[in-house]
Design a protein around this ligand. Structure first.
Ligand SMILES: NC(=O)c1ccc[n+]([C@@H]2O[C@H](COP(=O)([O-])OP(=O)(O)OC[C@H]3O[C@@H](n4cnc5c(N)ncnc54)[C@H](O)[C@@H]3O)[C@@H](O)[C@H]2O)c1
Length: 253
């Protein structure tokens, strides 16, 4: 039997690389999937390429409570329930030392990566109360260790662990499981942006340095994160809650 048969999932950052890889993994296992993203054009492209009646979208900014309420409402209106929530939207911010980081830039990253994650929990958890469910938050290796020149992102990804642990404790009586995933360097748009940020003249050298730091000697693929997310979304992980799951090629070992 398919692992997510009759399950309804919401994925924020659903038009992005990791979000959409998870959507494809969920669809293949029988789920109905609501993609949520700020970027309507990208959402439409994803919907067109998937060509699947079990896939729909809502355009929303996860930092705006009204829009968060709306993506929850749109999903329950269409499919009656929410069983899985991949709380994943995130931005990387700028690569700068603390002394050069503008307050607005710090707050912008916190708004998406922390407030957006919090608002999602706030409005999805009540909708899961009746039947229970599984929530997966995307943190990062940046939530487990520091990196110089990335203070907004590092701070935000540490903070999501606090949200995950609190929500796991609050959700447990209602059989809502909550875990976080911690991807390492994934071969993606976000890493290209960070490589540019660290060395605009020679981004390839940054890539080479990262590769050498990873014990498995390579970047990860978004599908490799999607497989971990699928495990946490499904009943295969029925005794897992309140925990952090790394997929980082050994980077944090
Ligand atoms: N790519 C990596 O190497 C990597 C590593 C570790 C963790 N992560 C985390 O994985 C998650 C997904 O990243 P990705 O690699 O797929 O990046 P991505 O940029 O491809 O996807 C992120 C998506 O989030 C959307 N988004 C941004 N701000 C939003 C907002 N305010 N409201 C709604 N949607 C918004 C973007 O439009 C985009 O589609 C992020 O939380 C990221 O921090 C990524």
């Amino acid at each position: 039997m398919k692992k997510l048969k009759n399950k309804v999932a919401i994925i924020t950052g659903g038009a992005g690389e990791i979000g959409f890889a998870a959507a494809q993994a969920f669809l293949a296992e029988g789920a109905k999937v609501m993609l949520v993203d700020l970027d309507e054009k990208a959402l439409k492209k994803r919907i067109k390429s998937a060509d699947n009646d079990n896939l729909a979208y809502v355009t929303a900014d996860v930092t705006k409570e009204k829009e968060v309420k709306n993506y929850v409402k749109a999903t329950t209106k269409k499919w009656k329930q929410i069983d899985v929530f991949f709380n994943n939207a995130g931005i990387e911010g700028e690569v700068k030392p603390i002394a050069k980081t503008k307050k607005e830039d710090f707050e912008k990253v916190i708004a998406v990566n922390v407030t957006g994650v919090f608002l999602g929990m706030k409005h999805v958890m009540p909708a899961m109360k009746k039947n229970g469910g599984s929530i997966i938050i995307t943190s990062s290796v940046a939530g487990l260790q520091g990196t110089a020149n990335m203070v907004p992102y590092i701070t935000s990804k540490h903070a999501t662990i606090g949200i995950m642990r609190t929500a796991a404790l609050e959700g447990a009586p209602d059989k809502i499981r909550v875990n976080s995933v911690h991807p390492g360097v994934i071969d993606s748009r976000m890493m290209r942006s960070l490589e540019e940020g660290f060395d605009g003249d020679n981004p390839e050298s940054v890539k080479k340095m990262y590769k050498e730091q990873v014990p498995l000697q390579r970047y990860g693929k978004e599908e490799e994160i999607a497989k971990l997310v699928l495990f946490l979304a499904s009943d295969d992980s029925s005794y897992c809650t309140g925990a952090m799951y790394n997929a980082d090629g050994g980077l944090t070992a």
